[in-house]
Ligand binder design. Structure first.
Ligand SMILES: [Zn+2]
Length: 433
């Protein structure tokens, strides 16, 4: 085999030399061999003698957008000493694990593309000229240790708990929810666990180190008693906060509920495209100060048309009053605004508003704790967007292990070791022609 110095330099795999290269079906085939000529027997140290070659094929990182197949003409060696137990063996290379279909660096790049960059497994598999399963195995092999590294969890002072949907309901199963744990200092997703219950949270916290738990001062949750009870149990010294995202979500829910009920009562059917309240169903959920003047006018006009008893308007005002509580710059103001919110809800005569006030009363300490700590689940809302992105790329995950791996690789604070990039402009090489 005649060496091809240029191709060897481009391949850049220590100890491997490219003998020939050929483009076959839009894929680079590189015939490679090791540069080691003198090899000793690992048992007795005698100089081994050649015993023929065997070809193995393995995929490497793409070159100029084309998949690369290394055809490695592997040397077989034999110990010359007939009494030595070594017998014959085949050579190895640190970049190519035995029986692997991909080089180590190809696996690492696949894992980075899928994990860090959020590319789809199917797409990356095509780029590397391998099947979906080979690509996903590479993600798991390289990615799982990164995700399992205890250092990834850091030492957050604020923990966020949130639920997200993992699988939508279908004919065979109901909607499956997962609980997400987030580091609110670093804006990192620490973990996801199937289920939405206090037990899930207790279980997860029980697997953490005492020291790690001790560093948590604040926990931000949505108003769900199961979560809060678990936190009181396991993090007795932490302050529990219900932040504005979750409180406003309850307010939005109340508005939606009232609107649907009023539509049904006044029109005798569910909302339709031309019904006045249905037409403003989205505007009703926008923060008041963010509406443009024409939007405000439209809102007032259509509420006037569809909301004869002012019930939707009452719910709308309830949500705005609740938002005012969170906007207060002092705790005493927040308390006063909270009283105003309760008074409005209680006197409104709208059952949905009364229910909203009842829920907020049950969480009053946690709502007001927002002012003491200034902590919100804003970061987890950002993480939820990333979760949605990964779910879109993965076309809905059926396998929770893969789902968790993909999420944590993408937004779980994994330390990626990326090859240094070199500047295009810089030192000009003097080409030896
Ligand atoms: Zn030997």
């Amino acid at each position: 085999m005649h060496g091809s110095d240029g191709a060897t330099a481009l391949l850049d795999l220590n100890g491997l030399r490219v003998g020939a290269h050929e483009l076959v079906d839009d894929e680079w085939w590189l015939l490679v061999e090791t540069t080691a000529d003198v090899v000793g027997c690992s048992r007795c140290g005698a100089r081994a003698v050649g015993h023929g070659r065997r070809r193995v094929q393995v995929r490497d990182v793409p070159i100029a957008g084309r998949p690369v197949r290394l055809v490695w003409s592997k040397r077989l060696w034999r110990c010359p000493d007939r009494d030595c137990a070594s017998g014959t063996w085949s050579e190895t290379h640190p970049a190519i694990a035995p029986r692997s279909s991909l080089t180590l660096r190809a696996k690492e790049m696949i894992c980075r593309r899928v994990g860090r960059d959020g590319a789809s497994v199917a797409q990356v598999a095509v780029e590397f000229g391998v099947g979906w399963h080979a690509a996903m195995s590479a993600v798991t092999e390289i990615g799982q240790p990164l995700v399992d590294d205890p250092a990834r969890l850091g030492a957050p002072s604020a923990l966020g708990l949130d639920e997200t949907s993992y699988l939508r309901a279908n004919a065979t199963h109901p909607r499956v929810m997962v609980t997400g744990f987030a580091d609110l200092d670093r804006h990192v997703l620490l973990d996801v666990e199937p289920g939405r219950s206090g037990g899930v949270v207790r279980d997860w916290l029980d697997h953490r180190e005492t020291e790690w738990l001790a560093s948590i001062e604040v926990a931000v949750v949505d108003p769900f008693r199961g979560y809060a009870n678990a936190l009181v149990d396991r993090l007795p010294d932490a302050t529990i906060v219900v932040d504005h995202f979750h409180a406003v979500r309850l307010g939005d829910q109340a508005i939606d509920d009232v609107r649907r009920r009023v539509q049904q009562q006044t029109l005798g059917h569910r909302g339709r495209a031309h019904d006045p309240l249905y037409r403003i169903r989205k505007l009703l959920l926008v923060a008041h100060e963010r509406l443009t003047e024409p939007q405000q006018e439209r809102l007032i006009r259509l509420i006037g048309l569809g909301d004869r008893d002012g019930e939707v308007a009452a719910a709308y005002l309830a949500k705005e009053l609740l938002r005012e509580v969170y906007a207060a710059r002092r705790l005493s103001w927040a308390r006063a605004r909270l009283r105003r919110f309760y008074r409005h809800c209680d006197r409104s005569g709208v059952p949905e508003c009364r229910r909203l006030a009842k829920t907020i009363r049950a969480w009053e300490d946690e709502v007001l704790a927002f002012h003491a700590t200034g902590r919100s689940n804003g970061p987890t809302e950002g993480i939820n967007l990333l979760i949605k992105k990964i779910k879109r790329v993965g076309h809905g995950f059926r396998n929770f292990i893969n789902y968790r791996l993909r999420l944590l690789l993408h937004c779980g604070g994994v330390e990626w070791q990326t090859p240094a990039t070199t500047r295009v402009r810089g030192r000009q090489p003097r080409f030896a022609a």
